[in-house]
Design a protein. Structure first.
Length: 374
């Protein structure tokens, strides 16, 4: 009699696909991404242009793999920067197996929304409408919104959610899986994003900056990481350095033309004296404890040295960001360093410099450099 063979389980079919998160600026796309992933991978703020480059957030469960694409807000582009931002949106609409349009339940329908609908009109991909921020509106405002939108585009689902409070996100995830094809996973189970550490660090610095500036400043600031150097603990040799890809001379970066180069001198001066290296003083203070063992542990933590430039367009922008006697740049630096320390699990020395690059939003060199960080 032949030996009985064990049945080989058929590979379980899973659902896999790309889900584009789109909508006007500030509707909560990045907040939704972070809550769905249970981890902060995208920065959040109530200022415009918080998200400028699309990033992937990958969620793998036993049901399959959803690859979310977080996007810049849909808006009419004026500068080269904005055209590039919108290119990310268009390309994600092409990639996606499913599109989630987010709207803000606290905002009235307006021109911006019309532009969004215009952008989505030609799309044939299945579409969900997510009415976000329902945690802060009266329930009776939601029904009229559903009524308004249901005839504007052929939505497969309309789901009221709160990205911040996690309301209805279980339902959302179920509906998403129902609309994805059966396929092999595209990423390994432990992959969560496609962004580099370098890009995440630059974004964290930008988030802290956005938290402290008003008016046109969010539009005219960009962050570029010039150098990341990982060193052994104090007194230990070794470590590795990662430089930016720009032309570096005398520790300074030259991207723009002559007029900007002149400003450079001034900025450098300010960089040293005002904006300067705030982190050193606090670098040892990872939290207060009298425990000798804790002190010992910290002494042997490796150190990461990070040098970053904040680009602005005018000298008065630079002055605002530096603040009185360097107070604002110091606050931004301290907040960014604390968060970066938690991520890298090392001590961090953060050196921030504010540099004037006239019209950088229309300069392909600078835009390439900033995008290249991802
Ligand atoms: P994005 O520009 O669409 O990516 O929007 P963000 O995720 O950066 O969020 C913009 C602002 O809306 C931030 O201040 C968030 O805290 C806030 N926000 C996002 N989702 C919610 C929500 O569900 N409820 C409330 N109350 N606020 C939210
Ligand atoms: Mg965003």
């Amino acid at each position: 009699m032949p030996r009985a063979k064990k049945p080989v389980p058929k590979k379980k079919a899973v659902r896999v696909g790309y889900v584009a998160l789109v909508g006007r600026p500030n509707v909560g796309k990045s907040t939704l991404l972070n809550t769905l992933l249970g981890q902060k991978i995208a920065i959040i703020s109530d200022k415009p242009q918080t998200t400028r480059i699309s990033i992937l957030g990958i969620k793998t469960t036993e049901k399959g793999q959803i690859i979310f694409i977080d996007n810049p807000g849909i808006h009419k582009p004026l500068h080269s920067l904005n055209k590039r931002m919108m290119r990310f949106v268009y390309s994600s609409l092409e990639t996606a197996n499913l599109i989630c349009l987010l709207i803000d339940a606290t905002q009235r329908y307006g021109h911006g929304d019309e532009f969004v609908l215009e952008t989505l009109k030609r799309v044939t991909t299945p579409l969900f409408l997510l009415i976000n921020k329902v945690d802060i509106v009266r329930k009776d405002t939601i029904l009229p919104m559903i009524d308004k939108y249901k005839d504007l585009l052929p939505f497969k689902e309309i789901i009221p959610i709160s990205a911040l409070k996690g309301i209805n996100l279980g339902v959302l995830e179920e509906r998403i899986y129902e609309n994805l094809p059966e396929a092999e996973k595209l990423f390994s189970d432990d992959e969560i994003s496609d962004q580099s550490e370098r890009f995440l660090l630059s974004e964290i610095i930008r988030e802290k900056l956005l938290n402290h500036v008003e008016e046109e400043l969010p539009f005219v600031t960009a962050v570029y990481i010039e150098k990341i150097e990982k060193r052994g603990a104090e007194g230990q040799a070794g470590g590795e350095a990662e430089e930016g890809q720009g032309k570096e001379g005398e520790g300074e970066f030259m991207i723009a033309g002559e007029s900007a180069a002149k400003k450079e001198e001034k900025v450098q001066e300010a960089g040293g004296a005002e904006s300067g290296a705030e982190a050193g003083a606090e670098a040892g203070a990872l939290g207060e404890t009298s425990e000798e063992t804790e002190k010992q542990r910290k002494r042997y933590l490796p150190i990461t040295y990070i040098r970053a430039s904040i680009f602005v367009e005018k000298d008065n922008h630079r002055k605002i960001i530096i603040g009185r006697h360097g107070s604002l740049i110091k606050t931004i630096g301290t907040e960014a360093r604390r968060e970066i320390q938690d991520i890298l699990e090392t001590k961090v020395y953060l050196d921030l410099q504010v540099k004037v690059r006239e019209k950088w939003r229309d300069s392909p060199d600078v835009l390439d450099l900033i995008e290249g960080q991802k």
